[in-house]
Design a protein around this ligand. Structure first.
Ligand SMILES: C[S@@+](CC[C@H](N)C(=O)[O-])C[C@H]1O[C@@H](n2cnc3c(N)ncnc32)[C@H](O)[C@@H]1O
Length: 210
């Protein structure tokens, strides 16, 4: 099947799908309307687990509906405590900056689709400080061989600032520990683009990466 060359979210899905298998743990930092959660659920299957975060109830409800329609077992998490190991889709009503309070194992894939909820309040956007915290924790927790994929939107108010931060974050990941790929639409500077990091080995990179 021919796919559009500039479908950045599609590339993110393909690059994560390469490393996620049935039974794995996968994380979505920004559940939104649930498209990315659905893709992750389809990869990890019923024997795997997807944990997804969002700060908007509207987003968590949309994701829950989409995943139930797809046959997933969905659990809403409101309390701040570590999740028990298990299967299915867990939707966490919390900021991704707090992800380490919930996760119980090393994810093979972490997805983030930044910006605002399509069809929602465009003032509720991902913010540089919380995005940075979530990216740092994701890189720390990621399983060896696992990937973090971030779709960045420079085109909206606040988007440029966040894009600079994300680019700086990926650029400064130590090459001994991570391979990094940046995928852009070469002739549209304001178009969404993709940053991906793959963990090469377990590394206490945070000490080197202050
Ligand atoms: C572009 S949408 C995500 C699209 C989604 N992945 C999908 O497949 O439809 C961005 C989402 O990030 C959420 N968000 C913003 N700040 C957040 C935070 N600190 N923690 C978790 N989610 C956040 C917004 O509420 C919004 O739903």
């Amino acid at each position: 099947m021919k796919r559009g060359l500039t479908r950045i979210v599609g590339w993110a899905h393909e690059l994560l799908a390469e490393v996620v298998a049935a039974g794995d743990l996968a994380v979505d930092l920004t559940a939104g309307n649930g498209h990315d959660v659905l893709m992750l659920f389809q990869r990890v299957g019923r024997s795997g687990r997807v944990v997804a975060f969002d700060i908007q109830d509207q987003a968590l409800r949309a994701t829950e509906l989409r995943l139930r329609d797809a046959g997933a077992e969905v659990q809403r998490i409101d309390a701040q405590r570590p999740l028990a190991a298990g299967t299915g889709v867990s939707l966490v009503a919390a900021s991704h900056a707090e992800m380490d309070r919930y996760l119980f194992a090393a994810p093979k894939a972490v997805m983030a689709n930044l910006g605002y909820l399509p069809g929602g309040d465009q003032r509720l956007i991902t913010r540089p400080e919380t995005t940075r915290a979530a990216l740092r924790t994701s890189c720390e927790l990621l399983a060896p061989g696992g990937r973090l994929a971030v779709v960045v939107y420079p085109g909206h108010a606040g988007g440029d600032e966040e894009a600079l931060l994300v680019d700086d974050f990926f650029r400064s990941l130590p090459e001994q520990a991570f391979d990094v790929l940046c995928l852009r639409v070469g002739n549209r500077p304001a178009a969404p683009y993709l940053q991906v990091a793959e963990k090469r080995r377990r590394a206490d990179f945070l000490r080197e990466h202050q």
